[in-house]
Write a protein that binds this ligand. Structure first.
Ligand code: GLA
Length: 383
C-alpha cells in the first residue's frame, strides 16, 4: 500500500511524523458462525487491511484522524473518559484502549491517523483490522510488546462485545493477528489450537465477488448467537456437559426439538452440519481434492441461506450464477446479510465466470459488483 498520503496528512494535522503499523482483513474458506459455538474455522489474512501512523503526544489525549471517513473524520477523547466517542469508528479505538488498560497496560495519549484498502462492510473484517492495528501498535509503544498475540486478538473481540454491540467470535481478530503469507489457518475456537495450512491450489483461484450490499453486524448477528445458546441451554439441561454446540450431536438436538422454535432448531442444526464440513474440508485439502472442497462450500452457502438465515437475494443470486457457470465452490463469506461471496474457481474458467457474474448481477440489481482476487498475506506488524 502507498503510505505517502497517510504520511502527508499526519504531518499536516499533527506537525510530526510517527511509526506505521498494519493489520489485515481476512477471508474464510469454510466454518461460518462456528467460532462462537466452540467449533473450527479456516481463515487466512489478506494483503489488504488498515495502516495506522501513530505518535505519543505526552498528554492523556487521544487525537484521531480517519482518512477515509466522509463527515466525522477527526475525533478526540481523553484516556480518562468513560463515555464512548460520538463517531462509531472511534469507538473501536476507545474500546481497544480500555481493554488494554483492563489488562494492566498503562497507556499515554497519542495522535494517530489511519486509512485502509480493505473494503468496509464487505465481510472481510475491516473492523477487526482496525482493532488489531491499534492493539498491536499500542502494545508495542506502551507495553514493549508484553501482551501476547492471543490476548491482542481477545482485546479486539472484547472491543466488539463491550463497545460496539457485536457479540462476535474470535475468528476475525485471530486471523488478523496470526495471518501468515500463503497459508490458511485451521483454528479450533474452543482450545485456540491452530495449524497453518499452505494454500496454493494448483489450477484454481480464490476470488471474492462483492454484492455491494453493505452490512454492519449487530442485532441480527446477535440473534443468531442467541438461537445457538438457547439450543445449548436445553441440551445441557437434559444431557449435561453441553457448553457450546461443539459438545452437541444430532440425537441431542432432536431430543429438544419440540422445545425450540423452528428458527432456533434450524440454526443449531446448521452449526452441527458445518462442524462436520470443516473437518471434511481439512481432509480434502490434505488430499488435494478441491472439487470436494468446493462442494462443501456450496453446502455451507445453502445452509447459511436456508437454515441459518443470514443470506439475502443478492448473495443467493451470485452463488446460483457461480453454480450455473460450473464454478467449483461458492458461498457467502463472513457474518452474512451482505458483503462478498468467496469463490473457488478453476483458472481456465476464471475470466468467463467473472464477466458473467458481473454482467448478470448488474442486469438484475443495477449495481456492478466489485471483484477482488485473493492474496493471502501476513498478520499484524510494524512497517
Ligand atoms: C463475523 C464475526 C466472526 C464470525 C463470522 C461468521 O465475521 O466477527 O466472529 O462469527 O462473522 O463466521
Amino acid at each position: 500500500m502507498d503510505t505517502s498520503t497517510l504520511r502527508n496528512r499526519f504531518r499536516e494535522q499533527f506537525g510530526t511524523s510517527g511509526d506505521l503499523y498494519f493489520s489485515p482483513g481476512r477471508i474464510n474458506l469454510i466454518g461460518e458462525h462456528t467460532d462462537y459455538n466452540g467449533g473450527f474455522v479456516f481463515p487466512g489474512a489478506v494483503d489488504k487491511g488498515i495502516t495506522v501512523e501513530i505518535y505519543r503526544n505526552g498528554s492523556r489525549k487521544v487525537c484521531l484522524l480517519a482518512l477515509d471517513s466522509k463527515d466525522d473524520g477527526y475525533q478526540e477523547f481523553s484516556l480518562d473518559d468513560t463515555e464512548k466517542p460520538s463517531a462509531h469508528w472511534a469507538c473501536y479505538i476507545f474500546g481497544v484502549c480500555k481493554e488494554l488498560e483492563k489488562r494492566g497496560v498503562t497507556l499515554g495519549g497519542f495522535n494517530a491517523a489511519f486509512t485502509g484498502d480493505v473494503p468496509l462492510g464487505a465481510g472481510m473484517s475491516s473492523s477487526a483490522a482496525l482493532e488489531c492495528a491499534f492493539a498491536f501498535a499500542l502494545n508495542t509503544m506502551f507495553a514493549g510488546g508484553r501482551v501476547d498475540k492471543f490476548e491482542l486478538a481477545k482485546i479486539g473481540q472484547a472491543t466488539e462485545h463491550n463497545y460496539c454491540g457485536v457479540k462476535c467470535g474470535i475468528m476475525d481478530q485471530f486471523a488478523s493477528v496470526f495471518g501468515r503469507e500463503g497459508c490458511l489457518i485451521r483454528l479450533d475456537c474452543r482450545t485456540l489450537e491452530y495449524e497453518y495450512f499452505p494454500f496454493d491450489p494448483e489450477g484454481y483461484k480464490l476470488v471474492l465477488i462483492d454484492s455491494c450490499v453493505k452490512h454492519r453486524l449487530g442485532t441480527e448477528y446477535n440473534e443468531r448467537r442467541e438461537s445457538c445458546e438457547k439450543a445449548v441451554a436445553l441440551m445441557n439441561e437434559q444431557f449435561g456437559g453441553v457448553e457450546t454446540l461443539r459438545d452437541a450431536n444430532y440425537q441431542m438436538l432432536e431430543a429438544v426439538k419440540a422445545d425450540l422454535t423452528d428458527d432456533d432448531y434450524r440454526r443449531a442444526k446448521y452449526i452441527l452440519d458445518e462442524k462436520e464440513r470443516v473437518l471434511a474440508v481439512c481432509d480434502a485439502l490434505n488430499e488435494g481434492n478441491y472439487e470436494l472442497v468446493g462442494k462443501k462450500m456450496y453446502e455451507t452457502h445453502w445452509g447459511l441461506s436456508r437454515d441459518f438465515t443470514v443470506s439475502c437475494p443478492e448473495l443467493d443470486f451470485l452463488v446460483e450464477t457461480a453454480q450455473a457457470c460450473g464454478v467449483t465452490g461458492s458461498r457467502i463469506m463472513g457474518g452474512g446479510f451482505g458483503g462478498c461471496t468467496i469463490n473457488l474457481v478453476r483458472e481456465t474458467l476464471y475470466d468467463k465466470f467473472v464477466s458473467k457474474a458481473t454482467r448478470e448481477y448488474s442486469r438484475k440489481f443495477g449495481v456492478i459488483p466489485k471483484v477482488y482476487d485473493v492474496t493471502i498475506g501476513d498478520g499484524s506488524r510494524k512497517l
